[in-house]
Structures are given as C-alpha cells and as structure tokens.
Write a protein that binds this ligand. Structure first.
Ligand SMILES: Nc1ncnc2c1ncn2[C@@H]1O[C@H](COP(=O)(O)OP(=O)(O)OP(=O)(O)O)[C@@H](O)[C@H]1O
Length: 258
C-alpha cells in the first residue's frame, strides 16, 4: 500500500465517522447503491461533494459513466480529477451526495503510484495479479496484454528495473489484468513511444466496444480527440463541461490546459 492509499483510506474512515457522529445514519453503504432502473454497468454520481477538511475537492457533481463509452476527463492541476477517480474506484466515500453502481461492476485502475512487485518479472507480476480474487481471466489474457501493450520485450525483466515507458505499460497491464468492466486510467500514454501509443489506443478502443467503460484522465486532450465519445471538464472541483467533444470544445479546453 502506498502513502497515497493510506491517505485515501484514512480519509474514507474519517468521513464514515463524521457521518455517524452527526447522526446521519450508520449504514454508509447507502451512499453506493445498485439501481435496478439504470443500465447494467452505468456508474452515476448525483450531487456529489467531497471535502478534505477545509478543502472542497469536488462540489455538487452530477455525472454518468455509461457502458461502451470512452470518457475523457480533463482539468488543470488541483481540479479534482484524482478525487473523482478515487470515488469511482470506491477508495473514498463522498462527503455528501450519492454514487450508484451495479454490484456486479468490476473496476480496474491505474492512477496512483504504480503497484507491482519490483523483484518479480513483468510476466510474473501480471500472473500474480491475474490470480487474485474470484473468476480470473484465462492465462492467454496475459499473452494478449503483453503483445497489445508492447510489453513483450520486457516480459522477463524485473519490474523494478524497467524504464519509465515500460513501467507505465506494466501499470496499464495491471489495471487491465482482471479484465474489468470499468477502467480508470491516469495519463495512460505518458512516457510511451509513438508506435506503442497507436497500438495501445487501438487496443483500448476495441476493449471499450464490449460494453466496457474507459475513463481517461489526461492533459493531452489532442492525443485522444478522435477516440473520446464523451468529455468531462473539471475546474476547481466544479463541472465546466460534460458532453460530446466536438472540435470547438477540444480547442477551447486545450487552451485552458496549456
Ligand atoms: N488527501 C487529501 N487531503 C487534503 N486535500 C486533498 C487530498 N487530496 C486532494 N486534496 C485537495 O483536493 C483538491 C483536488 O485535488 P485532486 O488531486 O483531486 O486534483 P487533480 O485534478 O487530480 O490534480 P492534478 O492534476 O494536480 O493531479 C486539491 O485542492 C487538493 O489539494
């Protein structure tokens, strides 16, 4: 567990305690519900606010992430993107508002410190994480990931000795290794060479077609402009835009990020 993880967990606990002490109900699971009326796999936030002490990281956010969607998330530093990812991954709970999600939805993510065993090889890391939990994907999925993420040249190298680009690819592989329905990725192509970028982008587009959802946080909106079905822009914890990213929108928000 990284330091960031412990911060998030500590904060989640603080929230639970707060809510109980204010007498707003001890059953915190009420914040993260299934909803039979929604499409299976949809993840929805309604009026979600997240505070860390005095800081409001997200304010009154109402937003949906639908199956089969490649969803981009952009915003300047400190706008609340990581906080939103942590809420979607279930690592923190909202201070107020609701997050609705089908119980069956599996979530894979890479947005904090890379998590791997440095002394094991890339292939061994993928194998170990594949086996965690119920219903692991077949072993052939590892070979698919090694090939599609252009990780093959590094398959037998120790993870702790990888270059930045291969490390990023391993991180991506670990997010994908359980073949989750909902994939949260922070700057998945940072440090990755151009040829690998094209391959990985095409692979992710295919992955999304099977009614899976991919959410990408990026400062490089142009790199994904053709790929995104939907774009959400956060500024200072508030929703600035949420919709189809036509050229004007991409141009407008590229300036905001530059
Ligand atoms: N664990 C925490 N404790 C206190 N404040 C926090 C914590 N995590 C985030 N914040 C604050 O919440 C706000 C949103 O931060 P967040 O990391 O979600 O933004 P971000 O958009 O991911 O930023 P960046 O692009 O720099 O990664 C910031 O003001 C940040 O300082």
């Amino acid at each position: 567990m990284t330091d960031t993880d412990s911060d998030l967990d500590a904060d989640a606990n603080a929230d639970v305690t707060d809510r109980r002490s204010r007498g707003q109900g001890a059953d915190t699971s009420a914040d993260v519900d299934g909803d039979a009326d929604r499409n299976t796999g949809t993840l929805a936030l309604t009026d979600v606010t997240k505070r860390y002490g005095e800081t409001t990281a997200l304010e009154d956010l109402t937003l949906e992430f639908r199956p089969g969607t490649f969803h981009g998330l952009i915003g300047p530093n400190g706008s609340g993107k990581t906080t939103l990812f942590a809420l979607l991954a279930g690592l923190v709970r909202p201070s107020s508002g609701r997050i609705e999600r089908d119980d069956a939805v599996t979530v894979g993510y890479s947005f904090q410190e890379p998590r791997f065993y440095p002394d094991l090889t890339v292939r061994e890391n993928l194998e170990i994480f594949r086996g965690f939990g119920d219903d692991p994907p077949p072993a052939s999925w590892i070979e698919t990931l090694l090939a599609e993420l252009r990780l093959e040249p590094a398959a037998d190298r120790r993870a702790g000795e990888l270059s930045g680009g291969f490390r990023k690819k391993l991180d991506l592989g670990l997010a994908l290794v359980k073949r989750p329905q909902f994939l949260l990725l922070d700057e998945p192509l940072a440090d990755v060479d151009d040829y690998s970028r094209r391959r990985i982008r095409a692979f992710l587009e295919d992955y999304r077609r099977d009614d899976r959802t991919i959410v990408i946080s990026t400062h490089n909106v142009a790199a994904f402009a053709e790929t995104l079905d939907r774009l959400t822009v956060l500024v200072d914890g508030e929703l600035r835009f949420d919709g189809v990213p036509d050229d004007d929108v991409v141009e407008q928000y590229r300036e905001l990020l530059d």
